[in-house]
Design a protein around this ligand. Sequence first.
Ligand code: 6PG
Length: 248
Amino acid sequence: MKVGDRRQIVVAADAEALARLAAQRLIARIELHRERPAICLTGGSGPQRMFELLATEFADRIPWARVHWFISDERFVPFDDPLSNMGTIRRVLLDGRAPPDNIHAIPAGDSASPDEAAQRCERDLQTFYGATALDPARPLFDLVLGGVGPDGHTASLFPGWPQLEVTDRWAAGVDTAHVAPFVPRITLTFPALASCSEMLFLVHGAAKREIVGRIFAGADLPAGRARSNGETTWLITEDALPEAVRDR
Ligand code: 6PG
């Protein structure tokens, strides 16, 4: 389903179907990039089943030595804290499969402040990219995964927060979260997230129906603003899809 604003909606029957479709799209993006694919993962519940599938039945389809893994946002907690996004993904998916040098965690666990962690994250991204300015013709990431929070946030870009307006940095510190868990965060900014071949939102569960409806009705919320310079797809389960969006 095309929604007329450069976004596409793909409907999955349920959370299991969504996880399988997402895993297949992630692998397809890796296959399109013959050298050094860059995948930007996300925290939250949305991708957890996909991570399990990638670690098990899809594991043989990933050229682990070549793929580099990033994260769209991080909580300012130690690496082994259960709230750490990359810590969780390492345990479920990356550890023992991805070479350690290919795992680009945001350095929340050993930075003095969210801003310092954001600066170190930006330097790591720029070293990987090989430039300090993003070239629209050369995406930073092959795939950026996203989710939507109950308040319409994505990554740690919260409604009304100043990080939404940051256009000259690739990552930013966020001193106060807008929703639980109320720990400081580090987030990639809109321009860094947009520099991808595909941005793929994963949304499941009836609790998401209202916020999805608001976003596609045009509310100015971060998850609605987030767009890839390439393709932007929302992968939504039947139970999270509002009637008004289905009928578009
Ligand atoms: C985080 C996430 C966040 C998440 C949304 C949706 O660190 O919390 O990166 O942006 O994607 O809150 O989360 P769910 O998938 O759990 O609804």
